[in-house]
Design a protein around this ligand. Structure first.
Ligand code: GLC
Ligand code: MG
Length: 558
């Protein structure tokens, strides 16, 4: 076996740009209005041309789709909505031919209530081996009529649902940190641990290059499942102070998995299979524990995603994040958008001091200024892609797509919407099918015009066929940034801050080859002078050689 600490110092993932595809919304080959695997395969060239290194796909496994596939009924098969295992193999083959690595989503915290194990658990007695794979408990109160503790579901409401006995009388309760159709596994159970080892191997043997681990900080709960503190402040207090998140035992799981994926390494080849955590954890030092040398490779930096659009906050956030991962020898993993948060082309138009949770934007909210949002989004991306480390892009952000903020209630599908009684409109607004061609049905998403969520009109104007080769388009900007990033090796560089005024974020990325790129973002209202040198990219339009507000420039000092 290969020693994991001897991973190549320049392994591919340390500076990779990874593009997230949300399968139901990227490309629909059979015209049923839901994207699918053959659709993805047919569009992979877009990613090769864009210049990313890998594609990560959200779940496509067998699922009743109560949480858009994050409720898995069979971890070793493809849902017929998305295709077959043969379609998956064809996708991997095509991706690899285009030199794109493939990362799949693994959902280990919970299964679907349609999973064979959960159905067996419901049919079995309390205390049985079947129930021991999940978290069944007796209720509180005389007749067990109260939930076992006060935990709330992430989608709203209690995190417990009561079962019914075969004779119709009320029975035990089971825990679900998300939807009631997503029962949590008991990760202390060796059977659960062994099952996931086997699932990892199943996909590794099919040739995947890595896994994004859903809810990576939730697998182990505080023993005894005590009540959550009522005065907990999510903005400032350590995530681990809550009994369901960031428990020390999760790290044992990841050490185990790291040994497993490392068995697939080939000495001397740049072919690491990687593990990336979705862990909403503060402080940074706790998050960094997930990427210690013998654990996971990457962990999304959601603190960065939530950082207010202000020079001071951005600088602080980047500095702290780099320090935290450097302390454990890992690269940072930057991200601005994904399938759970409003797209940054809309989110950044809303001035929030320090958001702690990113809620959806609905028709009743103040509508984001789309011009302002896009300008800031482009400037933000130009910062992110110049930072050392790895970066994740979310489908459609390279087109500058805004959040769909005016979806009518009746089309919404995210369980968050229903479970919070509409208080949080949920995440459908960032999940709308993407456009490919302005003048085709469903903007080229398919040939029938069907679409599981309605597409905003503006998505047509932003279709790739309207942006390709158009100077100044968002698509061409992304291509330019990715080309320069790759050519200079920015992902492996070192960041040095510069002082250019309170409203200016300025740093130099010094690459391993000793090349320098100066990156400047103007957060103030007045244009600022650009330093001398060659302007290699700019996120907007210069104002007589000066850098206007909400704009980022890349300069090779002259
Ligand atoms: C993660 C996913 C999200 C899903 C949840 C439950 O946060 O990103 O989409 O709803 O886990 O699986
Ligand atoms: Mg389809």
């Amino acid at each position: 076996m290969v020693d994991s600490t001897r991973t190549l110092p320049d392994a591919w993932w340390r500076d990779a740009v990874i593009y997230q595809v949300y399968p139901r919304s990227w490309a629909d080959s059979d015209g049923d209005g839901i994207g699918d695997l053959p659709g993805i395969t047919s569009r992979l060239e877009h990613l090769a041309e864009l210049g990313v290194d890998a594609v990560w796909m959200s779940p496509f496994y067998t699922s009743p789709q109560n949480d858009a596939g994050y409720d898995v009924a069979d971890y070793r098969d493809i849902d017929p909505l998305f295709g077959t295992l043969a379609d998956f193999d064809a996708l991997v083959e095509r991706a690899h031919a285009l030199e794109l690595r493939v990362i799949v989503d693994l959902v280990p915290n919970h299964s679907s209530s349609e999973h064979e194990w959960f159905k067996a658990a419901l049919a079995a007695e309390p205390g049985s081996r079947e129930r021991a794979r999940y978290l069944f408990r007796d209720g509180r109160g005389d007749g067990g009529e109260l939930p076992p503790n006060n935990w709330q579901s992430n989608f709203g409401g209690s995190a417990w649902t009561r079962t019914q006995n075969p004779d119709g009388t009320p029975g035990q309760w089971y825990l679900h940190l998300f939807d009631p159709t997503q029962p949590d596994f008991d990760w202390n159970n060796p059977e659960v641990q062994e099952e996931f080892r086997s699932i990892l191997r199943f996909w590794l043997d099919r040739g995947v290059d890595g896994f994004r681990i859903d809810v990576a900080h939730g697998l182990h709960k505080e023993p005894g499942l005590p009540d959550a503190p009522s005065d907990y402040d999510i903005a400032t207090q350590a995530t681990s102070l809550q009994p369901m998140w960031d428990k020390p035992e999760v790290h044992e799981v990841y050490r185990d998995w790291r040994r497993l994926v490392d068995e697939y390494r080939v000495e001397g080849e740049d072919a690491d299979r990687i593990l990336v955590a979705e862990a909403w954890v503060i402080p940074e030092e706790s998050l960094a524990k997930y990427v210690r040398p013998d654990e996971l490779h990457q962990s999304f930096n959601f603190g960065y995603l939530m950082t207010p659009w202000k020079a001071k906050h951005q600088r602080e956030s980047i500095t702290n994040a780099l320090a935290a991962t450097a302390a454990v020898g890992a690269p940072q993993t930057w991200v601005l958008s994904n399938h759970d948060v409003p797209r940054h082309a809309s989110r950044l138009a809303i001035d929030i001091d320090q958001p702690t949770r990113v809620l959806g934007i609905g028709p009743d909210h103040p509508q984001p200024d789309s011009e302002l949002g896009l300008r800031r989004a482009r400037a933000a991306t130009a910062v992110m892609l110049a930072l050392p480390g790895s970066a994740y892009l979310y489908q459609g952000e390279e087109l500058g797509l805004p959040e769909a903020t005016t979806l009518p209630d009746e089309v919404r599908q995210d369980p968050t919407f229903v479970r919070t009684n509409g208080e949080d409109v949920g995440r459908d607004g960032c999940r709308v099918p993407v456009p490919w061609h302005a003048d085709q049905p469903a903007f080229g998403f398919n040939t029938t015009g069907e679409s599981w969520l309605p597409q905003p009109e503006v998505y047509g104007d932003l279709a790739p066929n309207r942006q390709e080769g158009v100077a100044g388009s968002t698509l061409e900007l992304y291509k330019r940034l990715l080309t320069v990033r790759r050519k200079l090796g920015l992902g492996r560089g070192e960041l040095h801050w510069q002082e250019l005024g309170e409203d200016v974020l300025a740093f130099t990325n010094v690459t391993t080859g000793g090349r320098r790129l100066q990156v400047i973002t103007n957060f103030g209202s007045d244009p600022v002078d650009l330093p001398h040198g060659e302007l290699v990219a700019v996120s907007g339009t210069l104002d007589e050689h000066r850098l206007p507000t909400d704009t980022t420039a890349w300069i090779i000092p002259g």
